[in-house]
Design a protein around this ligand. Structure first.
Ligand code: AVI
Length: 334
């Protein structure tokens, strides 16, 4: 269907407030309090994440863009035939632009299916892409990933002129925000939806010295802290919470045993916070933590094992000079 903006778009899914409320209630009622990291990304949170990506300490975005810049031609060549690109969690599609140039050089035109839950960001980015790349045909899909891939595949198979071979992108090391079981079920889901000739390009942040990681998640400008605390502001705005964000502190550190950066919000005092939509108050002791995010860091062996477990073969690891970041090119095992 063609949306209000004159851009091809499929499906719009709005986050259910009740799901947010019940997740918050469950997380804050647990003996070890936690909030799901997917709730970081309201409008302000998405803006703050973009700001994090610009911070000098947060190497992730820069290194991934460098690898894409240097190796895009290899990725485009690995596609061999004509492809359609599906991007999961496309956001502003900034880094993907680098890849478009090379793919467009090879095949002249390109169908691009950005999939994101944030409808507003999706539409904004697709409008810009359409005017910057005349031969790019974006089809915006605001949906969760599994349903989004099905919709893209359906679109591709019903139109004979759209290349069937898929290049699926999952950039930015978002896979690091899943634990091992979630990462496995996510990749298994992708494997099931891919043909043998399809390709999958995934960004993995690699294990490195703790001080680099600690610095990256504690930037001087305080963007990561604002991003973390915004979770409480979001609960205030959307669920009628009464959090005083000045009474919580951002705490992020590399847990070497678990090979992950953990983000927490620490209560600086004994306090009770009421949340209207839940109809309940929650107690926080001084020094008590709300665990808000894990960001797992991988080794190349772990990536291979994970891929193997999910029926995927690592075709190439595109790693930067410092070996801090890896773009793994995978395909379903033959
Ligand atoms: C989105 N994700 C890959 C980021 C990360 O590094 O885990 C989110 C983030 N959290 C704090 N800084 C960035």
């Amino acid at each position: 269907m063609t949306g209000r903006h004159g851009i091809h778009e499929i499906n719009k899914s709005e986050l259910q407030v009740s799901e947010f409320a019940s997740d918050v209630e469950a997380g804050l009622s647990s003996s070890r309090k936690s909030l799901k990291s997917k709730y970081f990304y309201d409008k302000t949170g998405s803006y703050l994440f973009e700001q994090i990506c610009l911070q000098p300490e947060y190497y992730v975005t820069r290194l991934e863009a460098d690898i894409l810049m240097e190796r895009s031609l290899d990725i485009a060549d690995a596609c061999q035939d004509q492809v359609s690109v599906i991007e999961l969690g496309s956001g502003n599609s900034c880094k993907t632009r680098i890849l478009f140039r090379h793919i467009l050089e090879r095949q002249g035109s390109l169908y691009y299916f950005p999939i994101d839950v944030s409808h507003s960001i999706l539409i904004e980015s697709v409008q810009k892409l359409s005017s910057d790349f005349p031969n790019l045909y974006p089809v915006a899909i605001s949906s969760d990933y599994a349903a989004g891939i099905d919709q893209a595949t359906d679109f591709i198979t019903k139109r004979y002129h759209v290349p069937c071979r898929k290049l699926v992108l999952f950039l930015g090391s978002s896979i690091g925000n899943f634990d091992l079981y979630e990462a496995r079920s996510f990749l298994n889901m992708l494997t099931e939806k891919m043909e043998k000739t399809d390709l999958l390009l995934i960004g993995f942040d690699l294990q490195k010295k703790p001080n680099v990681l600690n610095t990256a998640y504690n930037d001087q400008a305080g963007m990561t802290a604002r991003f973390n605390l915004n979770m409480l502001s979001r609960i205030n705005t959307e669920l009628g919470g009464e959090f005083d964000t000045k009474k919580f502190e951002h705490h992020a550190f590399y847990n070497e045993d678990m090979k992950r950066v953990e983000m927490h919000l620490i209560s600086t005092t004994d306090q009770q916070v009421y949340i209207k939509s839940i109809g309940k108050s929650f107690n926080f002791g001084e020094g008590e933590s709300i665990h808000t995010e894990n960001s797992y860091k991988y080794s190349l062996e772990q990536i291979r094992d994970l891929a193997d477990y999910c029926g995927l073969e690592v075709k190439t690891n595109l790693v930067d000079e410092k070996k801090w970041f890896n773009l793994a090119l995978l395909s379903p095992m033959g």
